[in-house]
Write a protein that binds this ligand. Structure first.
Ligand SMILES: Nc1ncnc2c1ncn2[C@@H]1O[C@H](COP(=O)(O)OP(=O)(O)OP(=O)(O)O)[C@@H](O)[C@H]1O
Ligand SMILES: [Mg+2]
Length: 301
């Protein structure tokens, strides 16, 4: 089994503002992140974000395009540095770690799943799952890799290359790969964004099962209220700030909240440099192209 079981603590009482929740596995405290240098080109992607995630819980992050969702996820996962504030993983201050220590921590304790799967095309499903273990210099436990593939329903597909798998199957390989190092936290940025609704449901059911059966902590960015309703909690962002949250969300309650956050005319977005999707995808694409390189291969896969 890839996954360890950890205790599930989902009571909603938040920590006082400005302090980290002691029971959280991931905490952001007053995090700020600005892109661009000087003048009017600056974008406050995160503008004083404080939010915590407890072990064994499934949280969705929602908000309009450009609201800072991907930035939040990448700062929480140590893929991006914050300008101010604290990011704590199990109490370890990511914002104070050296690049090297951060890389090691990411390899050991975090898994990342992207909308575009980011599998290495030349490798089989099994080799993709083994990749983070190899890059981390760990031995390969073939039986554990088998169990990991079986857990995502792909026991028979280990020998297939990504091009021989459907989108949903590729995303499930990506999830198995992200879990290969038994991370404390699985981060997923729009993991169902490229999937049809039925396939998306399968992937969401898998994420739920990881939480329910294995105590995995999952933090997922999504645009889709139906996807968000699979989580037990939804945190809403707008303009780089947390604007509220819902527990036990339904697709309807999430859609209502989102309607209040979306700009009236979705065609106009006043934030500077709001090619958010392009910006985020370009960065993720760059990560993907690095492929077997440390950044994606070991740290973000
Ligand atoms: N590398 C970057 N350089 C400059 N600006 C950036 C960069 N990354 C993000 N931004 C800006 O920061 C803001 C937040 O971007 P982010 O990608 O976090 O948004 P998002 O909520 O994930 O959007 P989407 O739903 O479209 O993916 C946006 O205005 C975006 O243009
Ligand atoms: Mg994004």
């Amino acid at each position: 089994m890839f996954w360890r079981t950890s205790s599930s603590a989902s009571s909603p009482d938040p920590a006082p503002a400005g302090t980290a929740d002691k029971r959280a596995v991931v905490s952001l405290v007053d995090v700020r992140k600005t892109y661009g240098s000087g003048g009017g080109g600056q974008v406050a992607a995160l503008d004083g974000v404080s939010v915590s995630f407890r072990a064994g819980t499934f949280t969705a992050i929602m908000g309009p395009s450009g609201s800072g969702k991907s930035t939040l996820l990448q700062c929480a996962a140590g893929l991006d540095r914050v300008d101010a504030g604290e990011v704590l993983l199990d109490g370890a201050p990511l914002h104070r770690l050296s690049e090297r220590a951060l890389t090691e921590l990411r390899r050991e304790r975090m898994g990342f799943v992207f909308q575009s799967f980011n599998l290495v095309p030349a490798l089989t499903a099994r080799q993709n799952v083994e990749l983070p273990l190899r890059l981390a210099g760990r031995g390969i436990d073939a039986a554990a890799v088998d169990r990991g593939l079986a857990e995502v329903g792909l026991a028979e597909r280990g020998g297939h290359r990504p091009s021989e798998l459907s989108g949903g199957q590729q995303q499930r390989v990506a999830i198995a790969r992200a879990l290969a190092t038994r991370p404390k936290v699985l981060f997923a940025d729009e993991p169902t964004g490229a999937l049809d609704s039925r396939t998306a449901r399968d992937v969401l059911a898998l994420l739920r099962r990881l939480v329910a059966d294995h105590g995995q902590t999952v933090i997922m960015v999504t645009h889709d209220p139906v996807a968000a309703s699979h989580a037990e909690r939804v945190v809403f962002l707008a303009d780089g700030r947390v604007t509220g949250e819902l527990t036990d969300p339904t697709a309807e309650s999430v859609a209502l909240r989102m309607a209040a956050l979306e700009p009236d005319d979705p065609g106009t977005d006043s934030r500077p440099g709001t090619d958010a999707r392009l910006g985020a995808d370009a960065r993720l694409g760059a990560d993907a192209r690095l492929g077997a390189d440390a950044r994606l291969g070991a740290d973000a896969c």
